[in-house]
Design a binder for this molecule. Structure first.
Ligand code: TRP
Length: 336
């Protein structure tokens, strides 16, 4: 196996939603099909330990996310599709990198800072209340995911840019301290559609509980689209597409000319009912066939497991010898 041209992970802590599709799955599926690229895609199940403490949910989420990627067309034969926890070299590398990572660097991580600030605002004397070492050192595990396969490019949502900066920082430290083994990975952010808005207009996210699941029944999917918040403008009044959540969701799925055409109808006055119905129909058309494949896969988890196992074998063809090389370079090696 070659090192990764592209690598990205998806945390197994919920049901796959439209935001995951637009931000991670869709671009991954595209490059998974490219015979000239080596793409690595994985279920970040160790990352999910940070927030989710429910074993059943974690397992279910891994199943749903793997099924979603496959149903949406991931070419798992051409790329490397695996589960993080099947690659023991990743946690090993995590520790090696942890010992090179400045605590001050982690102090500046957005997720940690947000938790500390929440504590402060809620009057907690301990700024670190509820903060585990997992949350605190999350960026190191992410750096290990990426550096383990010497990934050149990492497609992620905007909210992950800082983690990539940290990864580069950690890689550079290793290269400087020991041996120049790591490529400094580049972040790839799709500016137009990487972060999708959710029902309430904020970023679509499990944490805000404002997400639209990818593979619900058609009926429930329509219901969710109808729940997207709009304003109180009447049916004929001109509307601003640029501040409209419905519009931004449409934009993430449609091509440029379709988007332009809808923007004009907004400015001319379109009723919210029509806008919602059309959005539902548009996305439903895209999801219809994958929905069937998804349901079949969910019924046959053994098939998914075997795909993941084959992926782990491929991934370890790279990670096992590379970790040996890394360990040698730090003086952890056979004495004989
Ligand atoms: N932290 C990423 C997220 O929440 C998921 C992730 C884990 C990841 N490891 C990664 C993404 C490595 C890219 C590369 O979206």
């Amino acid at each position: 196996m070659k090192n990764a041209d592209f690598l990205t992970g998806i945390t197994t802590s919920g049901t796959p939603h439209l935001g995951n599709y637009v931000g991670a799955i869709r671009p991954a599926v595209e490059s998974s099909k490219n015979p000239n690229l080596t793409s690595y895609y994985f279920l970040a199940d160790y990352h999910s330990l940070i927030k989710n403490h429910d074993p059943k949910m974690r397992k279910q989420s891994a199943l749903e996310i793997a099924a979603a990627w496959i149903a949406l067309g991931l070419d798992y034969k051409n790329c490397v599709f695996y589960r993080q926890s099947d690659i023991p070299e990743i946690p090993e590398l995590t520790w090696i990198l942890t010992c090179l990572t400045a605590k001050g660097l982690m102090n500046r991580a957005h997720a940690y800072k947000a938790a500390a600030q929440d504590n402060e605002e809620n009057g907690n004397k301990d700024a670190d209340k509820g903060v585990t070492m997992g949350l605190f050192s999350y960026p190191v595990l992410m750096a290990a995911d990426i550096l383990m396969f010497n990934a050149k490019k990492v497609p992620v949502g905007k909210d992950q840019i800082q983690h990539l900066e940290m990864t580069r920082d950690i890689a550079a430290r290793f290269n400087h301290q020991y041996k120049k083994l790591f490529i400094l990975p580049e972040v790839v952010v799709d500016e137009t559609s990487a972060v999708l808005s959710g029902l309430d207009g904020r970023k679509m996210s499990k944490s805000y509980n404002n997400f639209i699941p990818l593979f619900d029944t058609e009926k429930r999917f329509r219901k969710m689209i109808m729940k997207v918040q709009t304003n109180s403008l009447g049916p004929d009044e001109p509307k601003d597409p640029d501040t409209c959540t419905l519009f931004s969701i449409f934009q993430a799925f449609a091509n440029e000319s379709e988007t332009k055409a809808l923007a004009e109808r907004y400015r001319a006055g379109i009723s919210w009912g029509t806008a919602k119905q059309e959005l539902f129909e548009y996305i439903n058309e895209i999801l219809k066939d994958p929905r069937e494949t998804y349901n079949e896969l969910i019924q046959n988890p053994g098939d998914i497991e075997s795909i993941l196992q084959q992926g782990a074998v491929k991934a370890r063809e790279f990670s096992a010898p590379f970790l040996d090389k890394i360990k040698k370079s730090i003086g952890i090696q056979s004495l004989g």
